[in-house]
Write a protein that binds this ligand. Structure first.
Ligand code: RUB
Length: 324
């Protein structure tokens, strides 16, 4: 780990990069927790050393995965709360700020769930993609309101996060039909909603989420099935207000094709130039015209109007606190 960065920050960063910790909200929560631990365990002898350790820790966490904006939003929020004249004051304010962030995250998800649940009627069938805690919060609130809900769960290749969704829904007693991604269009005829989460939402209302979301949304529009995106406001991407695009993470070939499968296709050893390229983008962009509603803890919005909320929440952002 870089100088001044606590080992626990490094291990959280590795867990995020390797997806043992995954999903935008869970990543943000873990990052805030790691910064709090950094603050608690720092043995910095001066306020400057403490601050520089915090910035290095934030950078280490920031560099793990590029797409979910909840990560930089969490890091910025915690570092902006670092306040005081002495190391112990700085430590206390940082830990307090991280705890506030984690509490707010949980509260926002619960509030969003209540709002999203209003869109679900008793007996509705929901089609899901990937695993989103914000999306599941809507289903949980609908169940708590006594509604019967069923789910068609897309497997979500290559990492099969659909299994996590299916497991959570079964724990809640929701009847689940698991399908391969390629079967989605066929099963849209049985669905009343497509319900997904988001890693980032751009100022124009585009939704960046797990690869396959955009194709699903296009098919849903063609079939007349409304697309609902559950995303608390830490998913709003401030840089997109000034025209930046959201980076789409490209992941390892091996998630798609195991080394032995590769050898089987090419008949060549792994180390040779085998002329076979595997592309593995983790996310895609769904244009606003294919999204019916973005459900946040502040209410639900047509995607085209989300920019108003973004301006209110972020104003002008200049630089990042970990960029020294
Ligand atoms: C996860 C994913 C989820 C969003 C929202 O991708 O695309 O839909 O992160 O999740 P990955 P949440 O598995 O690659 O991290 O609502 O829990 O924030």
């Amino acid at each position: 780990e870089p100088p001044g960065v606590e080992p626990v920050v490094d291990s959280t960063a590795a867990d995020i990069a390797d997806m043992r910790i995954r999903g935008a909200a869970t990543i943000a929560d873990a990052a805030a927790e790691a910064l709090a631990t950094q603050a608690t365990r720092s043995d910095a002898s001066s306020p400057d050393a403490f601050r520089s350790g915090m910035r290095a820790a934030a950078r280490r966490l920031y560099e793990t995965r590029p797409t979910a904006v909840s990560l930089p939003n969490a890091l910025r929020y915690v570092l902006q709360g670092m306040d005081g004249e002495t190391v112990s004051e700085l430590r206390a304010s940082t830990v307090d700020r991280a705890e506030t962030f984690q509490r707010d995250l949980e509260r926002a998800q619960a509030q969003l769930g209540e709002i999203g649940a209003n869109r679900l009627r008793d007996g509705d069938v929901v089609m899901t993609h990937c695993h989103s805690t914000d999306a599941l919060s809507c289903i949980e609130a609908a169940l708590e309101a006594g509604k019967h809900v069923e789910a068609i769960v897309k497997e979500t290749r290559p990492r099969k996060q659909g299994h996590i969704t299916a497991s959570q829904l079964r724990e809640w007693g929701v009847p689940v039909t698991l399908i391969v991604d390629n079967a989605a269009r066929r099963y849209l005829d049985d669905a009343d909603h497509v319900l997904v989460g988001a890693d980032s939402i751009a100022a124009d209302g585009s939704v960046i989420n797990k690869i396959g979301t955009s194709g699903l949304a296009v098919n849903a529009r063609e079939r007349g099935v409304p697309v609902m995106v559950a995303a608390q406001t830490i998913k709003l991407h401030p840089d997109t207000m000034t025209g930046h695009t959201v980076a789409i993470e490209m992941r390892e070939d091996s998630e798609v094709l195991a080394p032995d499968e590769r050898t089987e296709i090419t008949g060549l050893e792994e180390s040779e130039d085998d002329g076979l390229t595997v592309e593995n983008p983790a996310f895609d962009v769904t244009p606003p015209r294919h999204v019916d509603a973005i459900v946040t803890e502040r209410g639900q919005f047509p995607p085209e109007s989300i920019v108003t909320l973004m301006r209110e929440l972020f104003g002008e952002t200049i630089g990042e606190p970990w960029e020294t």
